[in-house]
Design a protein around this ligand. Structure first.
Ligand code: GDP
Ligand code: MN
Length: 377
């Protein structure tokens, strides 16, 4: 689970990591007020779960409260890499002299946490990691002993952190490790960790991803979940038992098993159609989940035809047919094509409500769905 920057910053600050003063705004007016209160140049930053917000136009610097207002007008409501911006963080802007990177993550191969530091932090860290891996220093951390002072200093020397900053960066790195451990994090990262013109250290950006499997014992963090979706259907789908991804076509697709669904999407594309979504009800899906999935697609205006591709294995086709009938309640609001094969296939096909199009092969089902889209234009 990924936290927003402002949530991560709060947690980092509670641990003692230096963080700029700031507050969240949901309107340009609020942003202006916060800027007045801070009485400083401010950074206006989109709070969405994507990286690289700066380059995508989601981070702006304003030198006065009215400017903070105009900047927020631009950022609030914008679509940032597919995410709708509902909130901005308005905080004191740093006078940046140098940008560092510090992070703690889990090295799964070694089964150990690893601290990562670079004196060339900022927006290009990924490119630097790729092109000049030497510019990035790493050190595994012994989980029993934690990150020792001498180890922290060793990695900072390797990373060429300026001598006068080593003491402070070292203690910040240790605090970051302690947050990482306490919160059951997968990644904790400050990028950039900034040396200001006044030689102070400031965490200008913060990332904290919590291991989903640990949320049962991190209740306070679990409560911070704030998903942003492209639309209401995606938000709703996230609470269901099936996996759903919105696409931009008009053929609704339901299948059992991710591979089967991907194949269906590829075939639709191959025959010149366009799928409206990926929807996998899972291998052993019960009739109820299938019924829920179908009802869900029928409510989507974007969908003109629904194609169900079910291969009965653990899931029996007669069960599937029951689920489909249950969702339709005798009415078929838009054309429905069903490919039903495998365990109890014959019985399933017989059980299906009339007026649905039944095909035995996947190819025929796909061609039929595309034809129906054409006919219903
Ligand atoms: P990201 O692009 O999502 O990682 O967002 P960041 O918070 O890291 O911001 C991107 C870049 O904007 C940083 O690397 C900084 O160079 C710049 N930036 C962010 N906040 C400030 C600030 O307060 N002052 C200044 N001068 N630059 C900032
Ligand atoms: Mn960043």
């Amino acid at each position: 689970m990924r936290l927003h920057e402002y949530q991560a910053k709060q947690i980092f600050e509670n641990e003692g990591i230096p963080i700029p003063d700031g507050e969240i705004a949901q309107s340009p007016e609020e942003a202006e007020k916060i800027a007045e209160k801070l009485d400083e140049r401010v950074a206006v930053k989109a709070q969405v779960h994507v990286g690289g917000r700066g380059k995508a136009g989601g981070v702006k610097i304003a030198s006065s409260p009215p400017e903070a207002r105009t900047m927020s007008e631009k950022v609030l409501g914008m679509n940032l890499k597919g995410r709708f911006v509902e909130k901005v963080l308005v905080e004191e802007a740093a006078e940046i002299c140098q940008e560092f990177y510090i992070g703690v993550t889990l090295d799964r191969e070694q089964g150990q946490p690893v601290a990562i530091v670079s004196s060339e932090g900022g927006e290009n860290i990924e490119k630097i990691a790729e092109e000049r891996p030497d510019a990035i220093a790493k050190k595994h951390i012994n989980y029993a002993y934690g990150l020792q002072d001498f180890e922290a200093r060793e990695i900072l020397y390797k990373a060429n952190i300026p001598k006068n900053m080593v003491r402070e960066v070292s203690s910040t790195l240790k605090l970051l490790y302690s947050v990482w451990k306490k919160t059951d994090a997968e990644d904790a990262e400050v990028n950039p960790l900034v040396m200001t013109e006044q030689n102070n250290l400031l965490g200008v950006d913060a990332v904290l991803n919590i291991d989903d499997s640990a949320l049962y014992r991190q209740k306070n963090l679990a409560d911070l979940r704030e998903e942003t979706f492209e639309d209401e259907l995606e938000a709703e789908a996230s609470e269901k038992e099936f996996d759903y991804v919105r696409l931009d076509g008009n053929i609704g697709v339901i299948g059992n098993g991710a591979g089967l669904v991907m194949t269906t999407l590829d075939l639709i594309d191959h025959y010149g159609g366009s799928p409206s979504n990926f929807l996998d009800v899972g291998g052993g899906a019960k009739a109820e989940i299938l019924s829920e999935a179908l009802e869900f697609l029928l409510r989507d205006d974007q969908v003109d035809v629904v194609l169900l591709n079910i291969f009965g294995g653990i899931t029996r086709c007669d069960e599937v047919a029951r689920g489909i009938n249950q969702a339709l309640e005798g009415k078929v609001p838009i054309p429905l094509v069903v490919r039903l094969a495998g365990t109890n296939g014959e019985e399933g096909r017989k059980r299906l409500t009339n007026n649905v199009n039944i095909e035995k092969s996947l190819e025929d089902a796909v061609k039929k769905a595309i034809k129906l889209v054409e006919e219903n234009k």
